[in-house]
Design a protein around this ligand. Sequence first.
Ligand code: XLS
Ligand code: NI
Ligand code: NI
Length: 448
Amino acid sequence: MPKAKAQKSAEHFAGISKIAYEGPQSTNPLAFKHYNADEKVGGKTMAEHLRFSIAYWHAFRGAGSDPFGPGTIVRKWESSSKDPVSVAKVRMDAAFEFYQKIGAPFWCFHDRDIAPEGATLAQSNKNLDAIVAHAKQLQKATGVKLLWGTANLFSNPRYMCGASTNPDAHVFAYAAAQVKKALEVTQELGGENYVFWGGREGYETLLNTDLKREQDHLAAFLGMAVDYAKKIGFKGQFLIEPKPKEPTKHQYDFDCATCIGFLRSYGLHKHFKFNIETNHATLAGHTFQHEIEVAGSAGMLGSIDANTGDLLLGWDTDQFNTDVKELTLAMMSILKFGGLGSGGFNFDAKLRRPSIDLADLFHAHIGGMDAYAHALKLAHRINSEGVFSKKVAARYASYDSGYGRDIEKGKASFESLEKLVLGQLGEPTPVSGKQEYLENLLNTELFR
Ligand code: XLS
Ligand code: NI
Ligand code: NI
């Protein structure tokens, strides 16, 4: 039957079928051991909790290059035509086949990942429109949705000194025009969020930098984005993705705490939440869980770029995270704050340079999805049994009543507290923080 044959030749991951859940006892490397999309964890399915997403730039544009050598990963679809727009379409067919086979309900992209940049902005927009129309059809045919879109404001040499923080207003204007279009196409594809990662929004040396003006310009740019989203009726959530350095020496969106201060001082905080990336947290000298706690405490927990770094290397290695302990701590905090809302877990992670097989792409994502699913189950049990939360609450109980509550309610003063200490209170009794006991308890919970 010629029809079936034609369909078969269009299969890019031949020999690999849809990845199934086989349970923790399975030894099949191409099966999930923990991620069971329809299994309920505390009233919601795993699919609803985790909202996994595939990052187009790593999974379909990454070829394994590093500063010491070119790519090593060769994909057949990259040589399917001489016309770059045609290749972009075939590549996208491969991507959607992968999304379906791995069972990811979402994907994410930068404008320049999906369509080639042209000689002029008009040509780039035209290329983008052609690919977005193709993506729209594929989304419809497969049911895979767009978690977020973004603009690449860091690869092209014009952005070598930043985009909205460029000393040249011409570059600012170009970046504004590019983000305008990226917002439009994200809306066209039903994107649930839009991400701003300030790739080169920072400086290399203060000898040539007016830090105050650059920060003002960054805020002006974000303000224009808010206005334009309102104008076109884009309902997706705006997300800032903090990162302290790399590619520039210092980046203004250093970490969540810095961004909260920045957004509040320019009156922008109501319009943004955070896309927290594990590897960016550790580059800033924080744990992943720390960044989640800071964002969640401010009501600004938006989405996760799921990856990890190598603590022995000082850059964003974007590896797949299989550390169930780290992820359990992260999930405990995420569940505590009520989940990610319109966000999800996007695998902003890439294959290692020698991982050149098509199957490696599956192993990588299966491992990441299973680690998160395992962590979700453990975190849900730990939280619902109140293993740590009851102890934390007990530790702060002195603020629940009496003068402690007065402190929290703003009813206490230096004078009122001095009177208490000089009178009935006297010297406080030290209480152990019990850190080692709690660390042991975490291990007991992880392995029971
Ligand atoms: C780079 C960032 C980037 C963003 C999207 O370090 O993680 O990939 O997620 O621009
Ligand atoms: Ni990222
Ligand atoms: Ni990153």
